[in-house]
Each structure stands twice: as C-alpha cells, then as structure tokens.
Design a protein around this ligand. Structure first.
Ligand code: ADP
Ligand code: MG
Length: 284
C-alpha cells in the first residue's frame, strides 16, 4: 500500500452558469513515503485541485483518494489525514495568521492540542530546520518573501507531516528566495524522510525531484524519472516552456547523439563536450 493513492479520480467544479468545469479526469498515481515528486503542468491543468484532493480539502466526484489506506471521504479519518499531509500555498502573506513568527509556527501544533512543552520543542525544531531561528520573535511582515515562505514551511512542518505539498510556493519569490525554499525542502526530504510534492514550473525545482508527474488538461500526461527530460515533447505538448538547452538536448537525442538529459546549462555543456571529445578520441 502506497502512502498516497489516487485511483481514477474525477473532479469538476460548478461554474457561474451552473456548467461543469472538469478539472481532473481519471487521475491515478501514488506517492511513497520519503519520495520527492515534482508536479508540473500549465495554468488550469488541475494542479491545485489535485493538491486539495490529497488532504480532503476537496473530495473526488468519482474514484478514490487514500492516505495511509484511509479514504479522504471518511470524515472520521480527516483529522488524521490533515496531520499527515500539509500544504504550503503560493502567497506567503496569506498564510500568516499572527504578528510574531514563532506564534505563527505554533498555530498548527496548538490546534492539535499538544502540551505546551511539546509545542515549544516543535516550534524551535521547525524554525531551526528552515534556518529561521533568529527571526523567532520578528514580525512576519518584516521578512523577505523567501523568509516568509520558510516560516510558512515551518508552520506546516511543526505538525510533522509525512508529506508536504508546495503549491507553487516559490511562484512569488525572486531567484534567491526560490533557492532558499528549495534548499530547505531538499534537506527535509533527505534528513526527515518527509515526502514532497513540489508543484512548480521552475526547471531547477522539477530537476531536484526523483520523479516528475506532468498534468495536461486534468489528465496525467507523463509520470517518470528525470529521463523524461531526455524526450521533452511531453512537456511542450502540455504547454510547458522548457529552457532552450533542454529542448536542444532532446533534439540531439532524437537524432541519435544520446547525450542524456542534462538539467542545467553546465550539465548540457559538459554532456556535449564529453560527446565531442569522445568522438575526437575515437577517431585517433
Ligand atoms: P492549476 O493549479 O494547474 O492552475 P486548477 O486546479 O486551479 O489548475 O484549475 C483546474 C481547472 O479548474 C481550471 O479550468 C480552473 O479554471 C478550474 N477551477 C479551479 N478552481 C475553480 C473554482 N473554484 N471554481 C470553478 N472553476 C475552478
Ligand atoms: Mg494552481
């Protein structure tokens, strides 16, 4: 049994004119404990809907979602499910509920009804994990975007979830803020064995994952490892804009150059150089 399982999940919204807006169509996938999954897809492809289905904020019209074997439609399991799966959203400002960082991080554990000393320990641990201990008594609104998102991550972390979903949580951050958040998430995944679903359209974030799921118009268009980038048509078909070097690498693979799937400019340059040097060597 996988930690999180989607089986043939359908979900529609009801629009202003009472028409059905189909957001997810027959979505099936699973996520294991400790896995790091990137979920990519263009605007409107159903990513946020999928995220909200994971912890029962939404429930499927048909099909099923289970967390640790429990259906998200089982109301008696919801409290437990929400402890196991935490979501960090896009806008850091909407996620702060108090005026002091440590109070904000304490909000989740307080709602779990934990004893004060356990709450204190979790807040300290969570802030330390995201590198924000020295800002414990600051006002969130004095922080940079990256720092605020790290506080939001600490808030979710303090609940000790087994899976953290980041729904474009770096979308409003500058490159420095993005890097800070990605580094923290990678560390938590590695050191705490926390599973991660990173919803993103940034290449460097997708490349950090063990596995990539591509959503296109509410359906899973691809689900695989980094090798997906070696034949990037599945991304472009889903309306995703890949960096030029990834597309060039894909074309080179197509014409038989087999340079693999370099995920940074440097890896691309090295893969091409190795190929050329290898050929030059072979001719001698
Ligand atoms: P993404 O996060 O990939 O941008 P969403 O899951 O937000 O995609 O949206 C999927 C589809 O559902 C889109 O067509 C979107 O317009 C529609 N949708 C999302 N939220 C609502 C809502 N609250 N009411 C009606 N339609 C919605
Ligand atoms: Mg979204």
């Amino acid at each position: 049994m996988s930690f999180l399982e989607f089986k043939n999940v359908e979900y529609s919204y009801i629009g202003g004119d009472d028409e059905f807006i189909s957001a997810l169509k027959g979505v099936s996938f699973s996520v294991e404990r400790g896995e790091f999954v990137a979920l990519v897809g263009c605007n409107g492809s159903g990513k946020s809907t999928l995220a909200r289905l994971c912890n029962g904020l939404l429930t499927p019209d048909s099909g099923e979602v289970t967390v640790d074997g429990k259906l998200t439609t089982d109301k008696s399991a919801l409290f437990d499910i929400r402890k196991k799966i935490g979501i960090v959203f896009q806008n850091p400002d909407n996620q702060m509920v108090t005026t002091i960082v440590e109070d904000d991080v304490a909000f989740g554990p307080e709602n779990l009804g934990l004893p004060p000393e356990e709450i204190r320990a979790r807040v300290d641990w969570a802030l330390k994990s995201v590198g924000m201990s020295e800002h414990a008594t600051s006002g969130p609104f004095r922080l940079s975007g990256g720092q605020k998102q790290r506080v939001a991550i600490a808030g979710v972390l303090a609940i000790k979830p087994e899976l953290m979903i980041l729904d474009e949580a770096t979308g409003m951050l500058d490159p420095t803020g993005r890097r800070e958040v990605l580094d923290v998430v990678k560390k938590l995944n590695r050191e705490e064995n926390m599973a991660v679903i990173m919803i993103t359209h940034f290449m460097e974030e997708a490349a950090a994952a063990d596995r990539i799921i591509v959503l296109n118009k509410g359906a899973v268009a691809a689900d695989g490892g980094k090798e997906l980038f070696a034949a990037p048509d599945v991304f472009t078909a889903a309306g995703l804009d890949l960096p030029l070097y990834v597309r060039v690498a894909g074309r080179l693979n197509e014409i038989g150059m087999n340079i693999g799937c370099p995920l940074t400019v440097d890896e691309f340059a090295k893969a091409v150089a190795d190929k050329i040097n290898g050929r030059a060597g072979a001719k001698k």
